[in-house]
Design a protein around this ligand. Sequence first.
Ligand code: AMP
Length: 400
Amino acid sequence: MNLQFKDKKVLVRVDFNVPFDADFNITDDTRIRGALPTIQHILKEGGSVILMSHLGRPLKKLLPDGSLDVKKHTLQHLVAHLSELLGRPVQFAKDTIGPDAQAKSKALRPGEVLLLENTRFDKKEEAGDPDFAEKMAAMADIYINDAFGSAHRAHASTTTVANFFDAQHKGFGFLMENEITNADKVLHNPARPLAAIVGGAKVSDKILLLERLIDFVDILIIGGGMAYTFVKAKGGHVGKSLVEEDKTDLALQLVQKAKEKGVTLLLPEDSVVADNFAGDANTQICESADIPDGWMGLDIGPKAVDAFRKSILGAKSILWNGPMGVFEMEAFANGTKAVAESVAEATGLGAFSLVGGGDSVAAVTQMGLADQVSFVSTGGGAMLEYLEGKELPGIKAIRG
Ligand code: AMP
């Protein structure tokens, strides 16, 4: 954030999309805390801060009479807690670009903070409407985007608004800068060998990622439900494991491409299989290419855990996206836990590790290993798209 904030009004797009209990108490304030360094920096430099965020999907959850459920989706619920965290009062505008927002932003003085009402109360937000964005922009001198998780959406507050500021008056906040810098460590000139671990349910969700990774990783480890489409494509018997029949050709092409490029492609040699998709199903261990009829692979097996661990420990850069099994059920969480531990161990040995996009983030956090890997992305879908090599509209709007 190499900008001059003194005496400037700074419009900051944050991600305050936090969960609440039934009494609107915030149950997890990670996202609010994540934005504090950016807000505090601007205030310390002598600027004032106008915060904007979405909260939930108010236009998809209208009241029976068709009106907005303001009580459920107002950002007013955040004011008290945010004031406490910042150690100063936070003003609240009852609208996003309306008369209240305009009056309060106009009167804002250095050191003061104003929170605008939910950007998604107006359908113009998600439409990326230029008039709506221009009115947001008119309230401030500088625009800062610190909502990486929304950077893949061309909405008014994440993208269009940036078009109303020149390069000297817009930039990324610390949170977003951090996400981009860490992803770039893997994407551009990573320390090698670079290992990517990709899991999750379906090949179809990760096609672009796999295709891109094969071009520049040294080792590609595939686990989770998606592995069985590969195993089947190579002629294995996978019982009733999750298979996308229409993706077997693509799986073979990826296997072939890996060979041509000299990429080591690892599939789970064995699996924990179950006779039912349930936490209390009967289970056994068998070769992933020899799963009996009526059984399905729900986790990687012990041989796979060992092989994956060896590869991970030999890597200097690691990217992990997606769990190795149905980790939500204790009986099938072992492979994901073991991979999390291997990634943490490799990090301890000096590797750079990025966990991003998908449920692997939840897995690492649940296992208390988040501080033992180099970076845990909060970017979800945005991180996945960034790793796929897509140009995210929210980033492009700032970088030009
Ligand atoms: P993703 O969002 O792509 O990271 O996928 C995560 C989901 O994949 C989780 O809900 C897992 O339960 C699911 N998953 C992982 N392994 C399997 C498997 N072997 N069979 C079915 N679902 C799986």
